[in-house]
Design a binder for this molecule. Structure first.
Ligand SMILES: [Zn+2]
Length: 74
């Protein structure tokens, strides 16, 4: 029974909310898969398809990919 922990649902990464000017932590999976996040502080939608968030989303997706690549020594 392998212990399967989905790291992308545990690790969090800050997303900057431009309205309240705070870094809000969301899970990697939320950042990678959701198009919009809602800031829990000011309830503003954070539109991740916005150009300003593209580098962040790309880097989070890279991180998830690196988690989910088991070392297949084949
Ligand atoms: Zn906010």
């Amino acid at each position: 029974m392998a212990r399967q922990v989905d790291t992308s649902e545990i690790f969090k990464h800050p997303v900057h909310c431009f309205r309240c000017d705070e870094a809000i932590y969301f899970t990697l999976r939320e950042i990678a898969e959701d198009e919009t996040l809602t800031c829990p502080v000011c309830a503003t939608d954070i539109n991740l398809s916005d150009d300003g968030y593209k580098p962040l989303v790309a880097s989070v997706r890279d991180t998830i990919r690196s988690f989910s690549q088991p070392s297949l020594a084949a």
